[in-house]
Ligand binder design. Structure first.
Ligand code: NOJ
Length: 535
């Protein structure tokens, strides 16, 4: 289906801002210590007030929670401790009523071992769903069929005694990979997507969508070399045959055609792919694959002018003309940007926020980013993420970025009832929504004001990006005709020559309204948005 014609208005996901909700940790309405759908409904007004256009819900479907929702046992039913189907419908309609769209998290690469498809598949070699998963005989002489390693560590194969074959799992043993060469699997997911779209969702974030198809011959991955990125070296092999297979694009085009039947629906892919030229392929021709493909090189970069600028300019060069970038600094896997990029420093956190919200592309905030919530340090006894449980203390896992949303500095944190023990401990509650709402100098006020200003600025929403000359460690760019964004990304001052206009938004709020006439001067870790006078 063709993309929008030039005269059509830009779609909502292009001009808007997305917000990731991790439902277990957003708001608990029934006092069991676990966030839930009614809790999200209760806080939709916060998102509207903040200026958000769409929310991505991490999985809310039935899961035994080996991987906290990412091991799905029923793709079309709601996980009971998160709510009911009626709650979900109410969430979608309450969101719509407020002009907010809801995106589901779709996990097509694997299911839970408890999914009825897998229960059947493993029951016998002749089972109805046997070929829905990736089964293979042991290697000659025994052992796994090939050398593939799971992204969670160890062999990606587990021997199933009942039938004497191995099944593939690119994550936990409890997450068997589906066989996407099988047309029935494709059809089943068409139905799942249509089910939710018909229920009113506006699209999907698609979990590890780059790895769903595996080499049909199950060839060994080649060894990593010193020239490979560090994560590849750590795995000891290049993911040549168990990820990024060319045939994945056929499947994505099929999903896109399906989603295009629904006005306003979109797909944002989890695409941990590098280099950027490879990531760009997930946009197809710009109108026939993903609407947005998450940029892991950017989220993994240090908060440094040269490194970030290089990635952004690579994206500017490599994406197809009709492709649209997406920028995020935090998620439930990668740690929060207030910690990872900014090391807990409020000035850096504010600069990072301005960068995220002012690049050409759709920003995605993770719950808590708007208050600069840092990761929470946890003890071993607190850990719930299987990766933390397995690898502590070498790696504490992902729980630190999944602790509850900090609504108030009070017992229960506004997340749950006072006295209730949350499923993960609270972080430092001095960082909270309530206090920041009433402080005009807070991170929350900065985020809200910037989002409000962005809504009124076509340049900032959709204007082209053009880099500007600046002193070292300062990153400056023009958006469209009239907007200049500049960020000093070190302790020392920076300057940008040739800037004319008025500072509209600044991390140092006292600078707003200042007129710039020639050289824009910045203090260390300071960012501003300048608008040139009309004319
Ligand atoms: C990516 C998800 O974001 C992560 O949380 C999950 O563990 C893996 N995919 C497996 O589904």
């Amino acid at each position: 289906m063709p993309g929008p014609a030039a005269s059509e208005p830009d779609p909502w996901w292009k001009t808007g801002v997305l917000y990731q909700i991790y439902p277990r940790s957003f708001a608990d309405s029934d006092g069991d210590g676990v966030g839930d759908l009614p809790g999200i409904i209760d806080h939709l007004d916060h998102l509207v007030w903040l200026g958000i256009d769409g929310v991505w819900l991490s999985p809310v479907t039935v899961s035994p929670n080996a991987d906290w929702g990412y091991d799905v046992a029923d793709f079309t039913a709601i996980q009971p401790d998160l709510g009911t189907a009626e709650d979900f419908d109410r969430l979608v309609s309450e969101a719509r009523r407020r002009g907010l769209r809801v995106l589901m998290d779709l996990v097509p690469n694997h299911t839970s071992v408890e999914h009825p498809w897998f229960v059947d598949s493993r029951s016998s070699r002749a089972a109805r769903h046997r070929s829905w998963y990736v089964w293979a005989d042991p290697a000659p002489g025994g052992g796994p069929p090939n050398n593939w390693v799971s992204s969670f560590g160890g062999s990606a194969w587990t021997l199933d005694d009942t039938t004497g074959q191995y099944y593939l799992h690119n994550h936990l043993v409890e997450q068997p990979d589906l066989n996407w060469w099988n047309e029935e699997v494709r059809q089943a997911f068409d139905e799942i997507m249509a089910y939710w779209l018909d229920r009113g969702v506006s699209g999907f974030r698609i979990d590890v969508c780059n790895i769903i198809i595996k080499d049909a011959l199950l060839r060994d991955n080649p060894p990593a070399t010193e020239s490979d990125p560090l994560d590849v070296q750590l795995f000891g092999q290049r993911p040549v045959y168990n990820a990024n297979r060319p045939e994945v694009h056929e499947v994505i085009r099929r999903w896109r055609a399906l989603v295009d039947r629904y006005p306003d629906a979109m797909l944002v892919g989890e695409t941990p792919v590098e280099p950027i030229a490879a990531l760009a392929r997930y946009y197809g021709n710009g109108n026939d694959e993903l609407h947005l493909a998450f940029d892991f090189p950017f989220i993994s970069a240090p908060l440094a002018a040269d490194e970030m600028r290089a990635i952004v300019e690579d994206v500017e060069r490599e994406l197809p003309a009709a492709g649209w970038p997406v920028w995020t600094g935090s998620n439930h896997d990668m740690s929060r940007f207030a910690s990872r990029w900014a090391a807990g420093d409020p000035a850096r956190t504010r600069v990072a926020l301005v960068i995220l919200l002012c690049l050409r592309g759709t920003p995605v905030l993770y719950q808590g980013d708007e208050i600069g919530q840092p990761d929470t340090e946890l003890t071993q006894a607190d850990l719930r993420d299987p990766l933390g449980v397995l690898y502590f203390p070498a790696y504490a896992g992902r729980d630190g970025m999944r602790t509850p949303m900090q609504w108030r500095d009070a017992p229960g944190a506004g997340f749950t009832a006072p006295g209730v023990r949350p499923w993960l401990p609270f972080g430092d509650l001095s960082c909270n929504v309530e206090d920041q709402r009433s402080d005009p100098d807070s991170m929350l006020s900065l985020a809200r004001d910037l989002l409000a200003w962005r809504k009124g600025s076509t340049d900032l929403q959709t204007g082209p990006y053009r880099a500007l000359e600046a002193t070292p460690d300062t990153w400056a760019w023009r958006r469209g005709r009239r907007v200049t964004v500049a960020a000093a990304m070190s302790d020392g001052p920076g300057s940008v020559p040739g800037v004319e206009g008025t500072i509209r938004i600044a991390t140092d709020r006292s600078r707003q309204g200042q007129v710039v006439n020639g050289t824009l001067e910045l203090g260390g870790w300071e960012a501003v948005v300048v608008e040139a006078d009309d004319g």
